[in-house]
Design a protein around this ligand. Structure first.
Ligand code: GDP
Length: 304
C-alpha cells in the first residue's frame, strides 16, 4: 500500500517514540503522560492538540481508575481518530468533484517551496485520468519560475494553461482562466495563486480581489480554497495555516512531503486547530504521489 510506504518513516518514528514512552511501565501514570506529551509535541501534533489529547486520556484514567499501558495505543488511536472525525468524514477514497458545479473552480494557495505547483500538477493528472476536462490558471505571477514550473506540469499532463507575463495582476489571470475554462466547457479549473506571504493585509487584498473577479465569470467561485502545506516543516506549517486562514476562507488542506518525514503529526494538529479537513496528502515527487486523505488509513498507518 502506497500510504503505508509513504508514511512508513513517520509511523516508525511515532510508534518507536510511543513504545519508548511506556517502556517498563504497566500502567499509565503521570510519568507516562509526561512522556506521551513529549512524543506528541515532537511529532508535530502541536501544543494545543497535544494538551487536548492528554486531557482526554487523563479523563479516561480518572474514570476507570486504572489504565494499562497495553491499552494506551488503542485509546490514543480512538482519540486521534475522533479529532480527525471533527473535520474529515474519512470515507473519501477518490478524487471527486461535485457534479452540480461545472466548471468546478479550485483556488490553490500556499507559499513557495511547499509543493504547491507539484500538487496542482498531480491533481490535474488525477482529474484528467478520470476523464474530466481540466484548465490551469497561472495566477501566482510574482516569480517567473512559478509560471514556468506550472507550465512544465501543464505540458506533462497535457492540459491547457492560461498565463500572462510575470508581474501581471493575479486577478486578471484568474479571470482569463475562468473565461477560457467556460468557453472550453471545462469540468475543473485550478487556479494557482499567492506564493508569498508579504504582509497580511496585502495577502488578504490580493486573494479577495482574485475571488471577486472570478465571481464575475462563475458566480459561486471558488468552490474550494485549498491551502498547500509542507508536512515536514512542523511549526512553519502551523504558522502558514494561521496566516492564510486569517487572509481568506480556506476550505481544505493538502499536506505534502509526508514521505520520508517523522512529522506526520502535522496532519492531526492542523486539522484540529484550524478545523479544516485535510483533503490530500503528498507522499513523493512523482505524478502519482498524491493521495486522497483517508483518516482510517492514516490512523492505521500511524499506529502500525
Ligand atoms: P512550490 O514552490 O510550492 O510550487 O513547490 P514545488 O511544487 O515546486 O515543490 C518544491 C519541491 O518539493 C520540488 O522539488 C518537489 O518535487 C518537491 N515535492 C512536492 N511535493 C512533494 C511530496 O509530497 N514529497 C516529496 N518528497 N517532495 C515533494
Amino acid at each position: 500500500e502506497t500510504l503505508d510506504k509513504g508514511l512508513e518513516k513517520s509511523n516508525t518514528s511515532f510508534f518507536n517514540k510511543l513504545s519508548k514512552a511506556v517502556a517498563g511501565k504497566s500502567k499509565v501514570d503521570d510519568e507516562v503522560l509526561d512522556n506521551l506529551e513529549e512524543v506528541l509535541v515532537t511529532s508535530d501534533v502541536g501544543v494545543n492538540t497535544t494538551l487536548k489529547v492528554i486531557e482526554r486520556i487523563e479523563a479516561r484514567v480518572a474514570k476507570d481508575k486504572y489504565l494499562g499501558t497495553d491499552e494506551l495505543n488503542k485509546i490514543l488511536r480512538e482519540e486521534i481518530a475522533g479529532l480527525l472525525s471533527e473535520t474529515n468524514s474519512g470515507e473519501e477514497t477518490e478524487y471527486t468533484i461535485p457534479a452540480d458545479k461545472k466548471p468546478y473552480v479550485l483556488m490553490v494557495v500556499g507559499v513557495n517551496g511547499v509543493g504547491k505547483t507539484t500538487t496542482i500538477g498531480k491533481l490535474a493528472y488525477q482529474f484528467k485520468k478520470k476523464g474530466l476536462k481540466v484548465v490551469l490558471g497561472a495566477a501566482d505571477t510574482f516569480r517567473a519560475a512559478a509560471i514556468d514550473q506550472l507550465q512544465v506540469w501543464a505540458d506533462r499532463v497535457d492540459v491547457p494553461m492560461i498565463k500572462q507575463k510575470m508581474g501581471s495582476d493575479p486577478a486578471s489571470v484568474a479571470f482569463d482562466a475562468l473565461q477560457s475554462g467556460v468557453n472550453q466547457d471545462a469540468d475543473v479549473i485550478i487556479i494557482d495563486t499567492a506564493g508569498r506571504l508579504h504582509n497580511k493585509v496585502n495577502l488578504m487584498n490580493e486573494l479577495t480581489k482574485v475571488k471577486r473577479v472570478m465571481q464575475k465569470v462563475v458566480g459561486d467561485a471558488p468552490h474550494d480554497v485549498l491551502l498547500v502545506l509542507d508536512g515536514s516543516t512542523g511549526q512553519n506549517a502551523f504558522e502558514q495555516a494561521k496566516q492564510f486562514t486569517a487572509a481568506t476562507e480556506v476550505t481544505s488542506l493538502a499536506v505534502t512531503k509526508l514521505d520520508g518525514t517523522a512529522k506526520g503529526g502535522v496532519v492531526i494538529g492542523i486539522s484540529d486547530q484550524f478545523q479544516i479537513p485535510v483533503k490530500y496528502i503528498g507522499v513523493g515527487e512523482g505524478i502519482e504521489d498524491l493521495q486522497v486523505f483517508n483518516k482510517y488509513e492514516f490512523v492505521d498507518s500511524f499506529f502500525k
